[in-house]
Design a protein around this ligand. Structure first.
Ligand SMILES: [Zn+2]
Ligand SMILES: [Zn+2]
Length: 353
């Protein structure tokens, strides 16, 4: 039995750009719930957007790429024990509704609820010492093997979102895809596509990231602003154009360019355009006449969970080089600042306790 305190430290979102370290009660859990002592929580761009733009109401405790140790098990829970090392998913679909039957898990109403919390309106809670894991997200609790780290466990959720998107692409072996943006997400795309036999053209503005992209399996890596880029694409695809383009940067111009660079019947997948209300003119004949699919992918897919765990824990997709910075809980604000700007030496930033 591990002694659980009554109060804990949590980083509470109190308004736009305002994160405060506070003492709050350790969440109590119900019959069908778990309490997890947080070890590592990744800083995710979607949380950064909420924190900087104030798109949701305070107070909340963010952080949803969470791993840790089970500290308490509700009496009705089966299959978990105190001391288990686990990675969490804060969104889990019901797998029974109209959306789930169509495979649109991220649109399921159960999925849209957040099932991990450190108190207040549930928002992930990973920037706290303990989190309560509600019953409907228990199917998303994954055990971390002995030989793997909490950091690897915390990467399951982001890797899942990338694998889900890769599966939306109709690519065959030997095809050519652009991955625009080689931050942690872009690098995961590069590696997962390469594992499927796709030739990846990786672009970024930072030269250090282009070097990493090659290590992650890119066939070519080029500066995003290189004037020879369109010409190179034509050369590498025999004049036909890209089979697909993945846009892992929130830049509209890259979307418009990519729509021109994919072949007829190809795909452009949006992964970073999560901010609502912005509009961009498009040549719609590219979509109608040239049959280019403009698609998006958001969040994770619970049916991919074991495949993701295999990829990460076997280190087929080795996430360890992606984690470059670790901050203690008290300095979560600094972690968010660092992760919010592309930085030549920073990739994945985590809060580590
Ligand atoms: Zn995330
Ligand atoms: Zn559902």
């Amino acid at each position: 039995m591990i002694a659980i305190p009554d109060v804990m430290r949590a980083v509470v979102y109190r308004g736009p750009r305002l994160l405060r370290v506070e003492t709050v009660p350790v969440p109590s859990i119900g019959q069908n719930e778990l309490l997890v002592r947080v070890a590592v929580c990744g800083v995710c761009p979607t949380d950064i957007k909420k924190i900087t733009h104030g798109t949701v109401d305070p107070p909340r405790v963010f952080g949803h790429e969470t791993s840790g140790v089970i500290a308490k098990v509700g009496p009705a829970v089966r299959g978990f024990r105190v001391g288990d090392r686990v990675g969490l998913h804060h969104h889990v679909p019901c797998r029974d509704c109209h959306f789930c039957r169509h495979g649109a898990f991220a649109q399921c109403l159960t999925y849209k609820r957040t099932g991990v919390t450190a108190g207040f309106e549930p928002a992930g809670g990973g920037y706290a010492e303990y989190v309560r894991v509600m019953s409907f997200v228990l199917p998303g609790v994954v055990r971390i093997p002995r030989q793997n780290s909490f950091e690897e466990g915390a990467m399951l959720e982001p890797v899942n979102t990338v694998l889900k998107a890769v599966k939306r692409l109709a690519l065959s072996q030997g095809d050519t895809a652009l991955v625009a943006g080689q931050g942690p997400i872009g690098l995961m795309f590069t590696r997962l596509l390469q594992l499927q036999g796709v030739r990846v053209l990786a672009t970024d503005r930072l030269p250090a990231r282009l070097k990493l992209a090659r290590q992650f399996g890119a066939s070519w890596a080029m500066r995003a602003d290189a004037v020879s880029l369109p010409q190179s694409i034509r050369r590498w695809t025999g004049g036909r154009g890209l089979d697909a383009a993945v846009i892992a940067v929130p830049v509209d111009q890259v979307v418009c360019q990519s729509l021109e660079w994919v072949r007829g019947g190809g795909q452009v997948l949006l992964f970073a355009h999560t901010k609502r209300g912005e509009k961009t003119p498009l040549d719609l004949a590219r979509i109608c006449v040239d049959e280019v699919d403009l698609i998006g992918s958001y969040s994770s897919d619970a049916t991919l969970q074991s495949e993701v765990a295999r990829l990460v824990f076997s280190r087929t997709l080795d996430v360890r080089p992606l984690i470059t910075h670790r901050f203690p809980l008290d300095q979560t604000g600094c972690a968010v600042d660092l992760a919010s700007r592309p930085h030549p030496r920073a990739l994945k930033v985590v809060v580590s306790q």
